[in-house]
Design a protein around this ligand. Structure first.
Ligand SMILES: *Cc1c(COP(=O)(O)O)cnc(C)c1O
Length: 814
C-alpha cells in the first residue's frame, strides 16, 4: 500500500489531526515487533480484552509519527493522528478499498486444516507464471486477512489468501472485504471449536466465503460438505477432490505403496504424479494443488514439474542456545523479502541487546539492485552490531550495509573466519536460501550437539492456553505455573513467551527459579510457592512475591522486611488449607492472621488454595467441599483486610471441570503442554513437546543372540536391532526396557528391548527398513506423552520433569 494520511482519512471517513501529506506504506499494530518506522503508521487496535492504545507511547518512542486510534491522546504532540470510529473496521475498510484498486485474479482458501500449506504450495507452483502476492505466515483472521490484502501492489497478477474464522458471523465480515474468484475448501476436521454448535453450522459459515466465486474446489470426502455445496452453489463450477472415488479428482492406486507413483483420476483423465511423503494430509493437499493447476490450464508434464519442486514448508523459527552465550535463531522459512520482514519482527521478542545477522543471496533474483537496496535499508533499521553476507550477489552491496559487515563466497568460508568465532552474548539470526546450507552454521554455533532433543513448540503452548481461556470469563486472570524449569521444558524461554502474550502471573517453586527469570529480563509478577528462609533476601531484592502458608513464615519474612528497611507494603500470597493437607492456614487461624497482617507492612496480593483431586470424577464431592471451604475462609479473611486480594483455586483440570469456580484467577500448568484428562478438551489441545533422537546404528541379530547388559533380550528369530543414544541418564526410566515401552519411527511403534543403559537403549525393528540417522520419536503423537507415561507407570508431570538437563531443548515458533 501507499497512501497519504489525507487519503486514508478520506477513504475510511476518519478525522485527521496533523499532517495530511505523510505517506503510509505499512501499518503496524504490535509495538513490540515494530521493525521499521519509516512510512509506517501504528494502528492501536482495541479488542474486548485489550486496548492497543496502551502501546501508543512505546510506538512513538520507537520513532512512529503517525498514529491511527479511536481516541486522540493530546499529550503526544508533533505527530499525526487519524481518529477512527472502530480500529478493526477501519483496517477492514482500507483493505477492501485497496483490493478494489487492483484487477488481479484471486484465490481464497478456507478449511480447518491445510490452509497454509495449500497456500504456500500454490504460491510455489504459480509464482513463476504470475506475479503473485500471498498471505504472510498464516495470517487469515479478522486482522490477518486485511493486513495481507494491504500487501497487494500494482505489479501483482494473482493473489492467494487464507481466510480463517473462529466464531459464527465472522465469515460475512471477511467475505464483504474479500470475495475470491476461485474458492478452495481444504479439509474440515471433525473436532470443531466450541464456538460453533455443530459441524453443519461451521461448514455453512466457512463456505459463505464462496458466495461470489466462479469456481469452488473443495474436499469432497465429507458428506455434509458435499451436500451443502451442491445445495447452495449448484450454478457454479464445482470441483471436488479427496480419497473417495466419487470425487472429480481422486486416486486410483494404493497411494501408501511408495514403490510406485500416485495414480490420479482427474474427471475422465488419468495420470501419475510423484509424491514423496505419503501421509493422508499430504496426499489430500497434493490433490487440491493438482485440481487448481489443472484449472489454470497446466498440462500433465508441467504439473509433474511443479510438484517435483514443492518444498515442505517449515515456517518455523527455531531458537537454540549457542556457544559463548549466544542465542541462535534459525529461520528456515524461504528467503524472500516478506520472510525477512517476519524474521526481523520475530527477533524483537528476544531481549538480547547485541545482535548479528547472517544473510545469503536471495533466490528471487528479479531486479537484484532494487531488491538488495531494500534489504539493506531494512537491515540498517534493525541496528545489528555485525552483518555477515554470503554469496556472489548480496556481497556486491556490502557498502550499503551500515553495521560492521563481513563478506563470504560460501558458508564454509564463514565458519572458518575469525570474526564469527569471536561473537559472544549476541542474538544471531540465520537467514539463508537453501542452497547455502546455512544449517551448517547453526550446528557449528550450537552449544549442545547431542542428537537427542526435547523440542518445544511455543505456538502450541499458546494455543493450549487459549483453549483453556475459552472456558473462562474474559476478565479472569491467569497464572502460568513455570515451576521446575517449566515442567522440564525450559525456564526463560517459556516465561519470556508467556510474558510476551500477556500472562498475568508466573508461579515458581523456589526463589532461585524466580531470580533466574528476573535476571533474564522477566518483569511479570512472580509468586514463589516455597519461600525458604535463607532465600528471603533475594526474594525481596528481585521483587518476587512469596506464598505465606504459616505464622512462622509470615513472621520470619516480616522480620526480614523490617531488617531491610522496606518502606512500601510488600506483596504476599496467602495459602489456605482446604483439604489437601499440605500447606496453608486453617479456619481457626484466620482471626489471628488478620490481626498480624494488619499490623505488618504487607499487602495481601492474593488468597488461594489448591485442589487435591480436580481431575478425579469420583472425588467431585470432595472438590466441591474444598471450593466451599475456600470460598468461606477467603471471604472471612478478606473482610478483615483493607484491600481486595485476587482469589484463585483452579489448576488445569480445575479449569476444565470446575470452571464455575474460577474466582478472579486460575493457575494453568500441565494444560499448556497439551495434556488433559478430559477427552473433549484433549481433542482440541496440541502436543507441545517432542522428545526425539536418531538411530546410531542398526545391527542384524541372529536367532539366539542376545542384546545388552545381562543378556536380557534373546532373539527368538533373526531380527534387526537399532541402538539409540538416549538412556536413563537422560530421564528414560529403566523400567521401560525389556518390552515394556515403545518408541516411534515413521509413526510405527517398536519395542525397547533389553535393559536400558545409561546413555543408550536398543529397539527391535524386526524386518522394518529403518535407516541409520533416521528420526526416532520417544514421545510426541505416537507414542504420546501420555502413552509414554503409562509405559513408565507414572504421570506426564513426572516424565517431563525427569528429562535431564543434558537433553538439548529447542524452541519452535511457527
Ligand atoms: C503446579 C501447580 C499448579 C498447576 O497444576 P496443573 O495440574 O499442572 O495445572 C497449580 N497450583 C499449584 C499450587 C501448583 O503447585
Amino acid at each position: 500500500m501507499n497512501y497519504t494520511t489525507k487519503q486514508i482519512a478520506e477513504i475510511t471517513g476518519s478525522q485527521i489531526i496533523g499532517d495530511g501529506s505523510l505517506h503510509v506504506k505499512n501499518i503496524a499494530y504490535d509495538s513490540r515487533t515494530l521493525f521499521s518506522v519509516s512510512d509506517s503508521a501504528f494502528l492501536a487496535i482495541n479488542t474486548t480484552k485489550n486496548s492497543g492504545e496502551k502501546y501508543i507511547q512505546s510506538a512513538i518512542e520507537k520513532g512512529i509519527d503517525i498514529i491511527i486510534s479511536e481516541h486522540h491522546h493530546p499529550q503526544y504532540d508533533n505527530i499525526t493522528w487519524i481518529i477512527v470510529d472502530n480500529s478493526m473496521k477501519f483496517l477492514q475498510k482500507i483493505a477492501k478499498f485497496h483490493l478494489e484498486e487492483f484487477n488481479l485474479k484471486t484465490i481464497g482458501i478456507t478449511g480447518s486444516n491445510g490452509k497454509t500449506i495449500v497456500k504456500e504450495w500454490l504460491y510455489q507452483s504459480l509464482f513463476h507464471d504470475y506475479a503473485t502476492v500471498k498471505s504472510p505466515k498464516s495470517f487469515n483472521s479478522q486482522l490477518g486477512l486485511p493486513l495481507s490484502l494491504l500487501e497487494i501492489n500494482k505489479k501483482h497478477q494473482l493473489g492467494i489468501f487464507e481466510v480463517g474464522i473462529s466464531k459464527p458471523n465472522e465469515m460475512s465480515i471477511l467475505t464483504d472485504i474479500f470475495s475470491p474468484q476461485i474458492g478452495i475448501l481444504t479439509h474440515i476436521g471433525s473436532a470443531h471449536s466450541s464456538n460453533f454448535h455443530s459441524e453443519e453450522e461451521l461448514i455453512a459459515e466457512k463456505i459463505y466465503l464462496f458466495k461470489n466465486s466462479e469456481i469452488i474446489i473443495y474436499n469432497g470426502d465429507n458428506e455434509l460438505v458435499v451436500n451443502k455445496i451442491n445445495a447452495g452453489y449448484s450454478s457454479k463450477k464445482l470441483i471436488s477432490f479427496g480419497f473417495k472415488k466419487e470425487n472429480n479428482v481422486s486416486i486410483i492406486n494404493d497411494w501408501k505403496d511408495k514403490s510406485q507413483e500416485v495414480l490420479i483420476k482427474h474427471f475422465n483423465e488419468e495420470f501419475s504424479v510423484p509424491v514423496y511423503q505419503r501421509d493422508e494430509a499430504t496426499i489430500s493437499n497434493v490433490l487440491c494443488v493438482i485440481s487448481v493447476l489443472k484449472e489454470f490450464g497446466f498440462d500433465h508434464a508441467r504439473i509433474v514439474e511443479k510438484l517435483n519442486v514443492l518444498k515442505s514448508i517449515e515456517m518455523r523459527l527455531e531458537s537454540v542456545n549457542g556457544v559463548r552465550n549466544n542465542l541462535i535463531i534459525n529461520d528456515s522459512f524461504n528467503l524472500d523479502l516478506d520472510s525477512l520482514k517476519i524474521a526481523f519482527q520475530n527477533i524483537k521478542e528476544y531481549n538480547k541487546p547485541q545482535k548479528a545477522l547472517i544473510l545469503t543471496d536471495f533466490v528471487e533474483g528479479k531486479n537484484a539492485d532494487q531488491l538488495y537496496q531494500e534489504v539493506a535499508a531494512l537491515t540498517n533499521e534493525q541496528k545489528f552490531n555485525s552483518v555477515f553476507l554470503i554469496g556472489n550477489e548480496i556481497t556486491k552491496f556490502e557498502r550499503v550495509f551500515e553495521a560492521a559487515t563481513f563478506t563470504f563466497n560460501n558458508t564454509t568460508e564463514l565458519i572458518d573466519n575469525v570474526a564469527i568465532n569471536q561473537i559472544e552474548n549476541h542474538l544471531i539470526l540465520l537467514k539463508g536460501a537453501r542452497k547455502f546450507e546455512i544449517e551448517k552454521v547453526k550446528s557449528y554455533l550450537e552449544l549442545q550437539k547431542h542428537d537427542t532433543v526435547l523440542e518445544v513448540n511455543l505456538n502450541s503452548i499458546l494455543h493450549n492456553i487459549n483453549v483453556h481461556r475459552a472456558l473462562l470469563k474474559p476478565e479472569t486472570k491467569m497464572m502460568a505455573m513455570v515451576k521446575a524449569y517449566s515442567y522440564g521444558l525450559g525456564g526463560y524461554e517459556i516465561a519470556e513467551f508467556l510474558q510476551h502474550h500477556h500472562i498475568d502471573y508466573l508461579g515458581v517453586a523456589y526463589a532461585d527459579e524466580g531470580v533466574d527469570l528476573r535476571k533474564s529480563g522477566i518483569t511479570t509478577p512472580i509468586m514463589v510457592m516455597n519461600p525458604e528462609q535463607h532465600s528471603y533476601n533475594i526474594i525481596i531484592d528481585y521483587n518476587l512475591e512469596p506464598e505465606i502458608y504459616s505464622f512462622r513464615v509470615l513472621e520470619l519474612f516480616n522480620e526480614k522486611l523490617i531488617q531491610k528497611g522496606i518502606q512500601q507494603r510488600y506483596p504476599l500470597h496467602i495459602k489456605l488449607e482446604t483439604g489437601m493437607h499440605r500447606l496453608g492456614f486453617k479456619k481457626h487461624e484466620l482471626g489471628d492472621l488478620i490481626k498480624k497482617l494488619n499490623s505488618m507492612n504487607v499487602k495481601v496480593q492474593s488468597i488461594f488454595s489448591h485442589l487435591s483431586s480436580s481431575d478425579d470424577e469420583g472425588e467431585k464431592e470432595y472438590t466441591l467441599q474444598q471450593i466451599h471451604i475456600f470460598n468461606e475462609n477467603s471471604l472471612k479473611l478478606m473482610a478483615g483486610l483493607n484491600n481486595q486480594p485476587i482469589r484463585h483455586i483452579l489448576n488445569t483440570s480445575g479449569i476444565v471441570n470446575f470452571s464455575a469456580y474460577q474466582f478472579d484467577m486460575v493457575r494453568i500448568g500441565i494444560g499448556m503442554v497439551g495434556v488433559s484428562a478430559n477427552v473433549e478438551i484433549k481433542k482440541q489441545l496440541k502436543s507441545a513437546v517432542t522428545f526425539k533422537t536418531v538411530i546410531s546404528q542398526i545391527s542384524a541379530v541372529k536367532e539366539g543372540e542376545s542384546v545388552g547388559y545381562n543378556r536380557k533380550f534373546k532373539a527368538t528369530q533373526n531380527t534387526n536391532i537399532a541402538t539409540i543414544p538416549v538412556g536413563y541418564a537422560d530421564g528414560i526410566p529403566r523400567l521401560v526396557g525389556n518390552n515394556v515401552g515403545f518408541v516411534g519411527i515413521r509413526k510405527n511403534l517398536f519395542p525397547i528391548v533389553g535393559n536400558v543403559c545409561m546413555d543408550m537403549m536398543m529397539i527391535d525393528l524386526g524386518d522394518f527398513l529403518a535407516k541409520e540417522g533416521e528420526e526416532v520419536i520417544i514421545f510426541n503423537s505416537n507414542p504420546s506423552l501420555e502413552d509414554f507415561a503409562a509405559y513408565c507407570k507414572t504421570i506426564s508431570y513426572e516424565v517431563l520433569t525427569s528429562i535431564s538437563r543434558r537433553v538439548k531443548r529447542i524452541y519452535i515458533k511457527d
